[in-house]
Design a protein around this ligand. Sequence first.
Ligand code: N01
Length: 584
Amino acid sequence: MPTPPQLKEAPIDGHRPMKVRVIGAGYSGIYLGIRIPQRLRNVDLQIYEKNEAVGGTWWVNRYPGCACDIPAHSYQYSFNPNPDWSAFYAPQKEICAYLQGSAEKYGVMRYVKLSHNVESCRWDDSRKKWILNVKRTDTGEIFEDDADVLIAARGNLSDPAWPNIPGLQSFQGETMHSARWNEDYDFKNKRIGVIGNGSSAIQIVPKLQKIEGAQLSCFVRSKTWITNPFGDSVMNKLGLDPKKLDFSPEQRQEFANNPEKLYNFRKIIELDGNTIHDVSLRGSAMQQGAIGLFGTAMRERLAKKPEIAEFLIPSFGIGCRRATPGPGYLEALAESNVDFITDPIDTVTATGVALKSGREVPLDALVCATGFNTGSAPPFPVYGKGELSLQSRFTPYPTAYLSLAVDGFPNFFMMLGPNSAIGSGSLTVILENEGDYIVKAIRKLQKEDYATISVKPERVRDWADYCHEYFKKTVYTDQCHSWYKSDGGFGDRITGLWPGSALHALEALRAPRWEDFDYEGLEGEGGNRMKWLGDGWSVTHMPSEDGKGWGGDPAWYMEPCFMDIPLPGRPEDAEEFKLRPFSH
Ligand code: N01
């Protein structure tokens, strides 16, 4: 006689207690701090943030001109639209304040430990737990913590890359990185060198160029596309003058008073962002059209110094390197106090920069707008199963299933991991969907009594193969140097971008394919895998702890948020049918 199964003395939705630890309190970490308490129960949540405030990259980056180079209305939480952005490309301080305001508004701060730097993470397979070493940067105290689930929400652009130029340390003047800005330094009447022409330098140069008495030397070694802010037709639809991208107090008030107007404004931006995906395909009509348009615009903006246009305008496709509108960048390069230097740098000396051509460029300050160590593992050790380090797992190139999970690293997820950025569309919508995916996985572990979830190695390989094949037809594999590529920007793998459009990413992330993961039950091999069904009760109709009510809403399914109301008549006859995505 087989032994009858032993029922678990708990309701089906009792959801076992779990400790979840999140590394980082930027856009991603704050999102998790909102959704985990909203959607899960019995979670002991802690978000470790190494800085003294939340905001992530928008707290760290404070260089002059730092702003969102994509429309701010498409770079915010979908559920918390800000009517009050002062400009189409909102400045860093506002974005940081928006993030801090969102964290306060949704009660995230109670989970955040500021000035807490995670120094190492190690999977303990016998305990099925992550062991974290954390250092308080304010007191120096080091302590150990453990977690059932670990989420790296530290962003791809948080580890500044200093240029590997001989003599950099010997420079006697002021040296700073765009992501380590010295706000106290006075640039007035200074000879300033700026290395790089990525998105950061493109924002920094126009600001420094205007400083009284400043003499700029811009060291540029690569070609790049500078795009136009937005097409005139979109600007017309938005009611904006492309030359004046600030919102007046009246416009902002109107957005605040009229949510429908704000919604329509945002919708136009999203529609535009999601309908230019074709531009990423090599040789597409949209790509060809953009090359003609932006090439002409760049030549016009550089009419005073046509030799810069000749150097800058690339032969690779638009988007191969991240394209940015760079308002004022080309105009600044054309000014008389700017020296555009393309001779390669040889060394940095005590007094300036020595070029390979033999020329010396004397400087008072050297700004390294040289980007970030991207696509790599965190700068602290993370060890998965069998002492496998994430660093070696990410060698020769980083790859993670759907950008968020790595085999050999159970109960570990990444927000905006490898292959998660996008060429067009809204990044914040993608990170929300990644967060939602992770929340669903935690719920599965909790509710279905799994100790671990771990992506199958063969699915990670399939994903990497898919990515490699997909990118072949795109401009991203053109001959350019870009942080989207492996091997420090020179490799043949695209490791920065999602392999498809933003809408493709949303669809891929919408419903997890649970069969792509391996699981270990709490009871171990051979255990009763249906024990999660519990004792036949739901917590929602059991007495609450104080005995005064129920554990939940015993008729929750009647609430509008849980209803999916079909339209009367034949769905295909309704206008909405053509517009709405199918829901799962
Ligand atoms: O960095 P980058 P970034 N000698 O890596 C040059 C985001 N972001 O900080 O191209 C000389 O793009 C390097 O030259 P090359 C955004 O996602 C967003 O500007 O390698 N030059 C390049 O020109 C962006 O893509 C916003 O030949 C050296 C530059 O430094 C990402 O951050 C704003 C060198 C690095 O460019 C990174 O942008 C700003 C050397 N040894 C940034 N080493 C928003 O508004 C490097 N370079 C949302």
